[in-house]
Design a binder for this molecule. Structure first.
Ligand SMILES: NC(=O)c1ccc[n+]([C@@H]2O[C@H](COP(=O)([O-])OP(=O)(O)OC[C@H]3O[C@@H](n4cnc5c(N)ncnc54)[C@H](O)[C@@H]3O)[C@@H](O)[C@H]2O)c1
Length: 463
């Protein structure tokens, strides 16, 4: 088995150990006290995606094209560079500068076009990375599937419920491999969290909380508009696609997340990461039964269609999920699992499990209203029934991914490996669709001022 060398911190100090790529830097019992002062350090950085792909790398390379080479498309191409068994053979984008940026991101010249159909017509193309705005996902994915290509489609998978259903049906009917692009599902920290959750170490978990907060214009998608953006450099009509026709508007092209014709606001952009992380860790891969949202649009009230604060409570089987996104505060992106035995927190690429002392103890607080004699009698009886036991409190555990760890490369590697071996991916169309529907339910509740309810029989949101 391929191994990664990372640093293992122990009570006695730093020790180099060779461990598998699925393992982590662990701060053990004695080291827990050091955890605040000592952060796990990686002495040797490794490309995990390259290792993962190692088995398939010797076989034929996956020949892929990239449709949409804007912000995310370029990130995907940089990440794909770390994955040895894929080769980019073409790109498509509607904006001249993004076409050029895509080539720079990949680091080599490849054929590029405004018309992605020309790429799909090519027989030498196995797979497609789709990184176009959300309202275009359905059309591009359906065309790619019809052309017999396997598809990696960025999150959120769908722009609305109907789009998601159409994509699920098409992928299934076409027997294609489909990976939804929420890279946390491939993240080794999330996989470790899933392992801990499944082990039962957290006890009963009935509440999970997550948020994705950012406090800057960029965090609220007020992106700069390049000076060369105009109707000559951008194919505006192709961008609109099935959306309502309107005159060229550069703000809508570059800040499409703000507008309901193309995006879903904070739910589709940010909740989806928390939702896919939750689904992956809890193995609850379903649509929530209910969602209730509240929020407001205050600071970034610039003509956008969506709130800059959204808070949603979801009902999942046995678990209440509480999410919020606040674009007026930078409290980070933690997800917290509150168990009866321990609390598990993932913040960035670091996971911490803090056990609770659940050993029996006599009542204290309510005895304040008892007489001294009654109190003494209660305590005598309690201690007689509960002989002293050694403390059972487990140690704090903390895990982190190596510095520079790239979960997007990991996610792409999983996709390419699945294509090479005709295996299942980690985040298929059903998983991606479930997470996307939860985003749509959050918005439905906010805009209808109601509790959104999922009707599984009709596959619709009511309320
Ligand atoms: N997984 C993540 O962490 C992550 C991060 C950012 C964005 N995303 C997702 O990636 C997708 C793209 O987002 P972005 O930030 O890159 O947006 P962007 O506006 O920067 O880029 C989108 C690009 O798609 C191109 N495009 C639009 N329609 C097209 C078409 N029909 N044919 C060819 N090109 C077309 C546009 O010209 C543009 O260059 C969205 O679905 C977004 O939600 C995911």
């Amino acid at each position: 088995m391929l191994k990664a060398r990372i640093a293992l911190h122990t009570k006695k100090g730093l020790t180099m150990q060779s461990i598998t790529r699925r393992d982590f830097v662990r701060l053990g019992a004695g080291a827990a006290a050091l955890s605040a002062a000592v952060r796990p350090t990686v002495l040797e950085t490794v490309a995990f995606a390259a290792q993962e792909a190692g088995g398939a790398a010797s076989g034929p390379k996956v020949r892929f094209v990239s449709i949409g080479t804007g912000i995310r498309g370029c990130d995907l191409l940089r990440a794909a560079q770390l994955v040895p068994n894929g080769v980019l053979v073409g790109t498509a984008d509607l904006y001249d500068m993004h076409q050029q940026a895509g080539k720079e991101a990949w680091g080599a010249d490849v054929p590029t076009t405004r018309d992605y159909h020309l790429l799909l017509d090519r027989k030498d193309v196995d797979a497609v990375l789709v990184a176009v705005p959300d309202h275009q996902h359905r059309r591009v994915v359906l065309d790619a599937v019809a052309a017999g290509k396997d598809v990696y489609c960025e999150k959120p998978m769908s722009h609305n419920v109907a789009d998601g259903q159409a994509m699920v049906e098409a992928v299934s009917a076409g027997k294609r491999i489909f990976q939804a692009g929420s890279q946390r599902v491939s993240n080794i920290v999330y996989k470790k969290a899933a392992e801990i959750y499944a082990s039962g170490r957290l006890g009963e978990v009935h509440l999970v909380e997550g948020h994705s907060d950012r406090n800057s214009p960029s965090g609220a998608w007020v992106y700069p508009i390049p000076p060369d953006a105009n109707e000559q450099t951008i194919d505006w009509n192709a961008f609109l696609g099935d959306a309502p026709k309107r005159p060229f508007d550069a703000a809508r092209f570059f800040r499409w997340r703000c507008f309901a014709d193309y995006g879903e606001g904070v739910a589709g952009d940010l909740f989806v990461h928390l939702l896919s992380g939750f689904q992956c860790i809890s193995a609850i891969n379903t649509v929530p039964t209910r969602a209730y949202s509240t929020g407001s649009l205050t600071h970034f009230n610039d003509g956008r269609d969506f709130p800059d604060l959204l808070a949603t409570l979801y009902d999942y089987p046995g678990v209440t999920l509480s999410l919020h996104c606040n674009q007026n505060n930078e409290a980070g992106e933690p997800i917290i699992f509150y168990g009866s035995q321990a609390t598990m927190v993932i913040n960035g690429n670091t996971l911490t499990v803090t056990p609770q002392d659940t050993s029996p103890r006599p009542e204290g607080y309510s005895l304040n209203g008892w007489t001294a004699a009654a109190k003494q009698r209660y305590l005598d009886e309690w201690h007689a029934a509960n002989p002293p036991q050694p403390p059972k409190l487990a140690a704090v555990e903390s895990y982190t991914a190596p510095q520079g760890y790239n979960d997007t490369a990991e996610h792409i590697a999983n996709f390419f490996n699945a294509i090479a071996k005709r295996e299942h991916v980690v985040e298929d169309e059903v998983f991606g669709n479930n997470a996307a529907i939860a985003c749509h339910m959050a918005n439905h509740s906010y805009f209808h001022r109601s509790v959104a309810q999922w009707d599984a029989a009709t596959q619709t949101i009511n309320g």
